[in-house]
Design a protein around this ligand. Structure first.
Ligand code: ADP
Length: 467
């Protein structure tokens, strides 16, 4: 039973057969308990009335009368003390009857064979065409004692309407089997289509189209599947773009280093040129080292949550350390830095969050104007901590704002061309903040500079400090 189609049809037909069997058993039980005694009583009443009639109508021809009763739908058996027997109507399938029973009725007792008929699971006594499954009544005719046994002729009672019902039942079963076979195919078809589409995706074809138009769960599955394949296509494009960006960003410093090392090999290079070339090579090496560090960090951030090594620490102190690290650059560019950093604890991964403040501050320095300002503020709100860094730098337009968190995105303008960077800093910031369930807000204008606001939610800050 390999395919879902076979499983489904076999299970459904098995259920149909099971329920048929169970309903037969229940109705048989109902017949045995309720209908059989009633049936016995009904036939007994009729048999007694026949006997009474025979006894009252002195001019009656017994044989003709019993023939008529048989035609009306009964099977009869008549016996007298001498053992002379006579059958009327359809023959009994089993003609055995204990002589004790015969004598009992001949001696005036009533025999309840229908009620006494043995109860069996798969045998409905109603249909058992046996002489023992009859009602026996004593009859006196012509001063002679007889025993009359009778039962309704089920074959006769099973008239056209019953036959019609039997046909309806047989047809209903046959048609439901056919419909189950067709319906199952219709039900299983989308699954086969989904399997084919999955194989297409596995082969790298993300533009697979699913021709499934349904409102049910399979329809929803198909919609989600199409959405997933579109997302995979986007991810595939991103992956390709990412690889080409990395290749470009690694290739250009490497070819610079290679070019200057060739120049250094020449004997004609002066001492001052040597110093200049080595400085350029060092800068390119730093750029490569910075790029690989950032790429490694992004890769580890992509592996997510379990890497977080959270603890409670003094955030204000960490931000001060970052500012101190950049003091020489701040001086070099004649920048004014002011900060309001009250003692605030935070629960987070200190080494990851360090990268957030570091990237934001280095950007505020890199993209600032000469004699510009940088203002840092840290505040605690009801549900967390808010860090704000505002610079008076070159700012950017709304179009740039929409893209700054993309990996490798760098504004390509005359104002930013001369600034060193990889385009990875802000995507690292966003990933780390999101890993801490926070978010980042950006406001920027080319006149007033840029403001980055980082929100970090904090459930409980009442753990012991680890400074
Ligand atoms: P990088 O600084 O290495 O280029 P980032 O991801 O940190 O990469 O920043 C992406 C881009 O966003 C930058 O190239 C720059 O155009 C813009 N940007 C970021 N911070 C600022 C800022 N404070 N002022 C102006 N532009 C900024």
């Amino acid at each position: 039973m390999k395919s879902l189609y076979v499983k489904f049809t076999v299970t459904t037909i098995a259920i149909m057969l099971m329920s048929g069997l169970l309903s037969f058993m229940f109705s048989n039980f109902y017949y045995q308990q309720k209908l059989k005694p009633e049936n016995d009583e009904k036939v007994t009443t009729i048999a007694l009335q026949i006997a009474e009639y025979i006894e009252q109508e002195l001019l009656l021809n017994l044989s003709t009368y019993l023939e008529n009763i048989a035609t009306a739908g009964y099977q009869l058996f008549l016996i007298d003390h001498a053992g002379t027997t006579q059958y009327y109507g359809d023959p009994f399938r089993v003609e055995e009857l204990a002589s004790q029973t015969k004598n009992l009725v001949l001696n005036g007792e009533v025999y309840h064979g229908i009620a006494q008929f043995p109860q069996e699971t798969f045998v409905t006594g109603f249909f058992a065409n046996e002489l023992s499954n009859t009602i026996g009544v004593p009859v006196t005719y012509d001063d002679q004692q007889y025993a009359l046994f009778m039962r309704p002729n089920i074959k006769l009672l099973f008239n056209e309407i019953h036959i019609l019902f039997a046909w309806i039942l047989v047809l209903a079963i046959a048609l439901s089997v056919v419909f189950v076979l067709i319906g199952a195919r219709f039900l299983i078809l989308p699954i086969s289509k989904l399997t084919a589409a999955t194989n297409e995706i596995a082969d790298g074809n993300f533009s697979v189209k699913l021709d499934i138009d349904r409102e049910d769960e399979l329809g929803k599955l198909a919609t989600s599947f199409t959405y997933m394949s579109n997302q995979l296509a986007v991810l595939d494009d991103m992956k390709n773009e990412f690889i080409s960006n990395i290749s470009h960003d690694i290739q250009s410093p490497l070819s610079n280093i290679k070019g200057y090392s060739h120049l250094l090999e020449k004997n004609t290079v002066s001492e001052s040129e040597k110093i200049q070339y080595i400085a350029i090579m060092n800068r390119e090496i730093n750029r490569l080292s910075n790029l690989t560090k950032q790429l490694l960090l992004l890769a580890s951030l992509d592996r997510q949550q379990e890497l977080l090594n959270k603890k409670r620490y003094l955030l204000s102190k960490q931000i001060e350390e970052v500012v101190l690290n950049y003091e020489w650059l701040i001086h070099e560019q004649d920048l004014m830095v002011s900060y309001t950093l009250p003692d605030r604890h935070i629960i987070g991964d200190p080494s990851l969050l360090y990268n957030v403040w570091d990237n934001l501050l280095s950007n505020a320095i890199k993209y600032n104007k000469p004699n510009g300002r940088i203002d840092l503020t840290l505040t605690a709100e009801d549900h967390g901590i808010v860090f704000c860094i505002q610079d008076s730098g070159i700012g950017f337009t709304d179009d740039v704002k929409a893209r700054i968190f993309e990996r490798f995105y760098r504004e390509d303008s005359s104002r930013t061309k001369t600034v060193e960077g990889t385009g990875l800093g802000l995507s690292i910031v966003l990933s780390i903040v999101q890993l801490h369930d926070g978010h980042v807000k950006v406001d920027s204008s080319q006149e007033h500079g840029t403001k980055f606001t980082v929100y970090l939610p904090q459930q409980s800050l009442h753990q012991p400090a680890d400074r």
